[in-house]
Design a protein around this ligand. Sequence first.
Ligand SMILES: Nc1nc2c(c(=O)[nH]1)N[C@H]1C(S)=C(S)[C@@H](COP(=O)(O)OP(=O)(O)OC[C@H]3O[C@@H](n4cnc5c(N)ncnc54)[C@H](O)[C@@H]3O)O[C@H]1N2
Ligand code: MOO
Length: 406
Amino acid sequence: MSDFPTGLLFDDAMAIVAEVAAAHRLATESLSLPRCHGRVLARDIDAPLSLPPFDNSAMDGFALRHADLDGDDTALALVGEQFAGLAAGLSLGAGQCVRITTGAPLPAGADTVAIKENVRIDGDRVWVPATALGQNVRYVGEDVCEGERVLRAGQVLTPARVSLAASLGLASLEVRRKPTVAVFTSGDELVEPGMPLAPGQIYDSNRDLLMGLLRADGLEPTAWPRLPDDPKQVEIALRDAACAFDLVFTCGAVSAGEKDHIPAVLGEFGAIHFWKVKMRPGMPLLFGSMDQARMLGLPGNPVSVMATYLSFGRALIDGLQGRAEPRPVWRARLVGSIEKTHPRREFIRARLLSDDDGVLRVDPNPATGSHRLRAAADSDALMVVAEGPQRLEEGTVMEVLPYSFG
Ligand SMILES: Nc1nc2c(c(=O)[nH]1)N[C@H]1C(S)=C(S)[C@@H](COP(=O)(O)OP(=O)(O)OC[C@H]3O[C@@H](n4cnc5c(N)ncnc54)[C@H](O)[C@@H]3O)O[C@H]1N2
Ligand code: MOO
């Protein structure tokens, strides 16, 4: 294995992930709008039209000229109807009004709409109460002006953003390709759930953990058969995946054991960008490239998988797609106090609680040990404790990584 950085500070390792991801940004593709949800936009969008595209009514009622109103009760002559749809080309003269529905274009000359429930209709006369000028009118361009930049490259296409593109008449968008992802678990001790356990064996729980985390982030990962603790088989499987996928995630076999073959295989058939980060859990994290793939070797303990995926895994996925918008940083006030004695950045399983007083609180689980999945299942976030020994008092503002939104 050639030289590579090891034992990095968390932020330095993150910087390497960002740099490698930027150098391997995925290609763009043009997708029809319904397929754009969750994708990262690759080009700025300038509005091809204004929104609303024309002055229109916000309510069902009667379009009128405000200047015609006289006190609390004015009789106007009903001269036509304008429903939402094609503009009827109507025009209002003095003392006239037109029946109108929500979203219908305002007839020429009209500047105000009185709502249906507040008027009295008597044949072709409509008695209208005092109504403020411009009431119930939605003006052309009040939301978006033609030519205005409404979406930017690097933004994630949320339902509201896709809908905004639709309202501008855009049938397709240029987005970044979503990375294809291969997921490997490894270890001779692992058995598929549903199979009998022999002494010394455990069930493979990381596969569902990692597949679920990836799916929750909108990816469609492919799970490969479990890797045995055999260097040749590890090599064949990883090289195979590395020429077919953008991203290869492995779990386990990256620390110091005699059966931890993944770093050697990556070093020999690819390149290691770094190995080992000053974090807990997740310390033996491995990052490299092989063939066309970026490879993230997550440590095998289940909570290490969570801590490394929610930090480095997400950063890599975001970087490959050119996501420019940072994920929101969630902060919450600590419940209880914490005495941290070690120097590494720590990720603690915790529950997020939204208090009646509007304060988000984070309640750390007392379980230690990155094998304890139960404590992870009882939690909904990882609480981040910065580097260095420290005592954190009740109420300290903590950064948190929620499992499933961010
Ligand atoms: N001498 C040293 N020993 C260890 C070190 C070290 O630096 N020096 N690091 C420890 C830390 S920290 C971690 S984390 C683990 C990570 O080791 P590996 O990534 O090599 O993972 P494994 O040894 O393969 O597995 C660790 C643990 O997790 C269980 N495991 C693995 N895969 C799965 C799975 N798919 N489903 C459920 N459980 C899984 C495995 O049975 C082990 O118990 O190494 C420490 N040791
Ligand atoms: O760093 Mo290991 O990931 O503590 O359990």
